[in-house]
Design a protein around this ligand. Structure first.
Ligand SMILES: [Zn+2]
Length: 367
């Protein structure tokens, strides 16, 4: 699991010469990702210094990695400077291999921003267990488990202190309590107020549940919450499109993206399309055009949608994959909300409402 400490390590990691290899792989396609990895390697010539890093990644993919239910994978390696981090991901990513002074983190951070880091405390009459759930993975802090005996109140004090410490150290954003109803309520009353504000009581979590079942239960709830969020985002996009603050469909979304107008890119998970690219200026197109402005023959792009996601990451746009059925399925499966600053229609609305900041703010509410 990627802990908040791991993320901070990656964010702060820097080498004096380009010695950090970052690899992103879409592993949602059976074993084809190994072939993708070989393709990426062939395209990136690297110095002998990095042979060990490439060999380590190769070994990891061949021997240690089991894609299981994961859809993406991020690997970061700098053997010379002591970095190795493997991050299996719950969503697909665009295949990419790069060598630089720092780990390439944009795709990873775009995903971590979408998930809560949950602390879990499971309390049964004889024992309290502590766990962490993040991005579809679970970790039990076995060394922190407490055997409970004697009167309840002193035990609850020990539990809340441990939970508070763990929450601070691991950066939990939500705490889930799994305990019998009466015990759960007593425990909640003993918790620090900062924890009480971010608390979830889940009656489906039974104290003696195996770790895999705890994970399944929490991921189920997360998926249900995500479904609601997706629906809100899609409907907001439709409203935005009606107000000319958003675009729907591949052609318009591509145009807005290439003009740097996109703030949030929404796309149906699994949506792919081939396209074309101008080798001179990098401009992407849906195809059909043999020549664009540069008077060069365009080249085929295997995954236009993947290129669009990469472009959106480069431009620091928010990217959100839609996993559930929604009206977007009948509207081109892709769309984008536009920046208030760059879109002409938006500038016009902003100009008209500068005297009313509250209205201007409401143009682009956070999703
Ligand atoms: Zn061009």
């Amino acid at each position: 699991m990627i802990s908040s400490k791991h993320l901070n390590e990656l964010l702060g990691f820097k080498t004096p010469t380009p010695a950090v290899v970052s690899l992103y792989l879409d592993v949602d396609c059976q074993r084809a990702y190994r072939a993708q990895w070989r393709n990426l390697q062939a395209r990136i010539p690297h110095s002998k210094d990095l042979d060990d890093d490439f060999a380590r990644m190769d070994r990891f993919l061949e021997q240690d990695f089991d894609a299981g239910s994961f859809k993406g994978l991020a690997l970061f390696s700098s053997k010379r400077f002591g970095l190795w981090r493997a991050c299996p991901l719950p969503q697909a990513v665009v295949n990419r291999l790069s060598v630089d002074l720092k780990p390439y983190l944009k795709p990873l951070l775009s995903l971590t921003d979408q998930y809560h880091r949950f602390g879990v405390v499971m309390v049964e009459p004889k024992k309290a267990r502590f766990l962490e759930v993040f991005m579809g993975q679970i970790r039990e802090y076995e060394e922190m488990a407490i055997g409970l005996s004697g009167p309840l109140t002193p035990n609850l004090k020990v539990i809340t202190e441990k939970l508070d410490g763990l929450t601070r150290n691991q950066g939990f954003q939500r705490v889930i309590v799994g305990a019998a109803a009466d015990l759960a309520m007593t425990l909640v009353n003993h918790l620090h107020s900062s924890l009480q504000n971010n608390l979830i009581l889940d009656s489906r979590l039974e104290p003696r549940m195996p770790v895999s079942k705890i994970l399944e239960t929490i991921v189920d709830s997360e998926n249900a919450a995500r479904k609601v969020r997706e629906s809100v985002l899609v409907h907001h996009l439709l409203d935005s499109a009606a107000a000319r603050m958003g675009v729907l469909g591949l052609e318009k979304t591509l145009a807005a993206l290439q003009k740097g107008q996109v703030r949030l890119l929404l796309l149906r998970d699994g949506f792919t399309k081939m396209g074309r690219r101008c080798p001179a200026c990098g401009l992407l197109s849906l195809g059909g055009l043999k020549y664009v402005k540069c008077h060069q023959a365009t080249e085929a792009v295997f995954s236009l949608v993947g290129e669009m996601i990469q472009k959106a990451l480069d431009l620091n746009c928010e990217i959100f994959r839609i996993f559930n059925d929604s009206p977007l399925d009948n509207l081109g499966r892709i769309g984008a909300e536009l920046n208030a600053e760059t879109h002409p229609a938006a500038q016009l609305i902003l100009a008209q409402t500068t005297a009313q900041p509250a209205l201007a703010d409401s143009l682009c509410p956070a999703p």
